[in-house]
Design a binder for this molecule. Structure first.
Ligand code: ZN
Length: 72
């Protein structure tokens, strides 16, 4: 009986690992700064636009600062 539970747990762990592995490893820093619950850039402390947060959930900098850091 325990085999069924073990299999389910293993399958779940596998799916989770696969999902994590497929996430692009870009811009993974310490995460953004939260000021009064607002996601803000760690460099300029300006709020990061929601489109960028959606595209890069763990972005720690706004687009301008990220581009500056990349020399662009
Ligand atoms: Zn910034």
């Amino acid at each position: 009986m325990a085999d069924i539970c073990d299999d389910a747990q293993q399958a779940e762990a596998y799916v989770l690992q696969a999902a994590l592995a497929s996430v692009p490893r870009i811009d993974l820093g310490p995460g953004p700064l939260y000021l009064d619950g607002v996601v803000c850039c760690r460099s300029c402390q300006e709020p990061i636009c929601s489109a960028r947060i959606k595209a890069v959930p763990r972005c720690s900098h706004c687009r301008d600062c990220a581009e500056e850091a990349q020399g662009g």
